[in-house]
Design a protein around this ligand. Sequence first.
Ligand code: ZN
Length: 234
Amino acid sequence: MKVLVWDDDSYLNNPAAIDMHPNGIRNTIANFLKCDDIEVTTAVLSDEDCGFTEEVLRETDVLIIWSHGGNEKIPDPIVERVWTHILGGMGLIALHSSHFNKIFRKLMGTSCTLKWRMNVKERLWTIAPNHPIAQGVDETFALEAEEMYGEPFGIPNPDEVLFLGWFAGGEVFRSGCTFTRENGKIFYFQPGHEDNAAYYNENIQKIIKNAVKWACPLRKNIVLDCPLQEPLEQ
Ligand code: ZN
C-alpha cells in the first residue's frame, strides 16, 4: 500500500505548531503510519506541481491532505489531475482545515463551510462501531484542546457518519464522514489544528490508519473515458 501524506507548510509562521511538529505535520502523520504494510512518502505544496505530478499520483493508493493557508493555492489543472485520480480509484483522506481545500470542495460540490473557534475541549463519539475505520477505537474519547468546528457543515449528505464531535461551548460536528466519488473512497476527519496534539492521540492515529486501509483501492488508475461502443451481439 502506497500512501502519500501532503501538507501546505502554512503553519511555519506559528512557533507553537513547529514545536508540536518539528518535521512538519506531514511527517508527524507519516511517522505513525509507517509499517510493513504501508509505504509512506510525503510531499508539500512548494514541490513540483504542488507535489502532485502524474507519476506520483499513478503510484499512490491513498492520498492524505492537510492544508489551511494553501487551500486555494493549487492551480486548477492540478486540482483536476488529483480529482481525476480519485475518481479513478485513488483514496483520499482530507484532514481538518482541508475541508476548504480546492480538491475536497471540487469532490463535494458544495460550500464546505462550518463554524469555528480557537482551541477548546472536544469529546468525540464513535457512532458506527462496526465500520472498518472504527475498529479498535474507543466509544468515546476527549481531546483537551482542539479547534471547534461546528454545524452546519456545508457538505452533501455523507455515505456514513462515523464520528461525532461535541465541543465545550455546546457545538456539535460530523467529525468523521465517508463519501464515494465514482471509484474513489473519501474520508473527511476533523481533528488536527496545527498547534495541538491530536495526531499524537492513540485513537486518532488508529482512525487514520484504519482509514488508509479502508480507502485503499482494489484497482486504481481506472480510465475514465467515453468511447463509442459497438454492439457485442447482432
Ligand atoms: Zn485549524
